[in-house]
Design a protein around this ligand. Sequence first.
Ligand SMILES: Nc1ncnc2c1ncn2[C@@H]1O[C@H](COP(=O)(O)OP(=O)(O)OP(=O)(O)O)[C@@H](O)[C@H]1O
Ligand SMILES: [Mg+2]
Length: 178
Amino acid sequence: MTDAFRFETTSASDTQKVGEIIGASAQPGDIYLLTGPLGAGKTCLSQGIARGLGVPENLRSPTFVLMTKHQGRLVLHHLDLYRINDPWEAWDLGLDEQLLGEGVCVVEWADKAEEIFPPGSCWIELDYGPGDDCRILEIAVDSGSTAPSRYERLIKELELAFDSENDAKDSVKGMGDE
Ligand SMILES: Nc1ncnc2c1ncn2[C@@H]1O[C@H](COP(=O)(O)OP(=O)(O)OP(=O)(O)O)[C@@H](O)[C@H]1O
Ligand SMILES: [Mg+2]
């Protein structure tokens, strides 16, 4: 079963708000795999997730250190795989322990090591939209079975948030289930 939701944001703060919803509903062991070109908003979304998890400090891009750990309501492991040349370099970072742990993993440039992530992880693809500050986000979870995935509730919550958001403010547009 594949759950998916595609929508657009029109400012960095809206993308952070998406992250906050994700962080607020995150459960131990969640894995969020972010993809998209340079400047698409992966770090921006990660910052929102950190905030939603109650991480007190501002999260920065960990490009040079590859991995940072933060304490919020749950432990947050923030990784950026931009600089790795081989998927197994990610494994050598000790990523397996984090992926199997009780914390929440947020991985930028996860497509650089696609094969090492467990099935049923939550993939979030970000891309540029038609306007300067417009970004398209697509959240997809392939649970590999007919059972609903652990992210089903989150996807429903985002759908609800964006539908009601559209009534009040036209800056985050749900683009429907696809
Ligand atoms: N709707 C939007 N959502 C997110 N960021 C936006 C949006 N509109 C403009 N921006 C700007 O785009 C930039 C996104 O940068 P960010 O570092 O989050 O991208 P990234 O995908 O992490 O890039 P990199 O691949 O270099 O790590 C920021 O400067 C942000 O202000
Ligand atoms: Mg980044």
